[in-house]
Design a protein around this ligand. Structure first.
Ligand code: GLP
Length: 261
């Protein structure tokens, strides 16, 4: 796991955007895994600037979302399909038809989950998955206690996550749906490169657990320690509880010495 401690959230977003740009320079039709929440918004804005500058194109990209609330009406502004249209699709040149998410309005939710798993496989799998992390260490909507071998399925959200996300629902926790569809932990782990971004003091404990804690379903993000290619971009506040912070800085600052060897 590479941990990159950035001076601020803008630098973290810019460096994370570099990984996406590098991928699409190599493979214009690559498959991007996209996350909702506030953490990745800076990445999407930076990608938008690079697309506008003619430096990057996502015109041939395909994208898969991590998760979706169950039951939010199709026009609801907080339905993740709509959030992604606003936060990501509107900012870059991706074809909206190539952006997929689990169907939280399906009559048969189990079948929708299975179909979503198939769609990811048929696209050739996710090349680069952008991730945020919840304050309780969840990735996508895999709450503490989730099976580390899970696939896309229905989950019940914790009170903590619903409280965290109430800010998007007028501060009213009761407006936050109880259920969601989420890629499972094994689904996420099948992506070829995982790029996690986190900022702020509120994420410091989750980042400490994800990077340095014991692998446990109690902190689902700790499973990233089992993946061969993970990059974590954090600001100083989110990195503030890392025991190995100096080492991570040394590794990053001296990376150029061994690159290309
Ligand atoms: C939600 C999303 C996650 C996201 C998390 C953190 O629960 N399902 O994918 O990582 O919130 O959100 P934020 O980035 O807003 O802190």
């Amino acid at each position: 796991m590479e941990v990159v401690i950035c001076s601020d959230v803008a630098q973290a977003a810019s460096r994370a955007a570099d990984t996406v740009e590098a991928l699409f320079s190599r493979s214009p039709d690559a498959v991007l895994g996209i996350a909702t929440g506030s953490s990745p918004v800076g990445i999407y804005e930076e990608l938008g600037r690079r697309v506008s500058a003619g430096r990057l194109s996502l015109a041939k990209a395909r994208a898969f979302m991590l998760d979706e609330y169950v039951g939010l009406p199709s026009e609801h502004p907080e339905r993740y399909q709509n959030v992604i249209l606003r936060d990501f699709v509107a900012k870059v040149d991706i074809d909206a038809d190539n952006v997929h998410g689990p169907d939280g309005l399906a009559e048969d939710l189990d079948a929708a989950c299975a179909a979503y798993e198939r769609a990811i496989v048929e696209a050739g799998g996710v090349d680069l998955q952008i991730l945020g992390v919840g304050t309780d260490g969840h990735i996508a909507f895999n709450e503490p206690g989730s099976s580390l071998a899970s696939r896309t399925r229905i989950k019940c959200l914790t009170r903590q996550t619903r409280q965290d996300n109430a800010r998007f629902f007028g501060g009213d926790v009761d407006q936050v749906p109880l259920h969601c569809l989420t890629q499972g932990i094994a689904t996420i782990m099948a992506a070829r490169h995982l790029v996690l971004i986190a900022s702020g003091e509120a994420k410091a404990e989750a980042i400490r657990q994800v990077v340095e804690g014991s692998v446990s379903a109690m902190w689902p993000g700790t499973i990233l320690q089992m993946h061969p290619h993970v990059t974590v971009f954090v600001d100083k506040a989110a990195a503030s509880q890392l025991t190995l912070a100096d080492y991570f800085n040394d590794v990053y600052n001296h990376k150029h010495l061994i690159q290309g060897r």
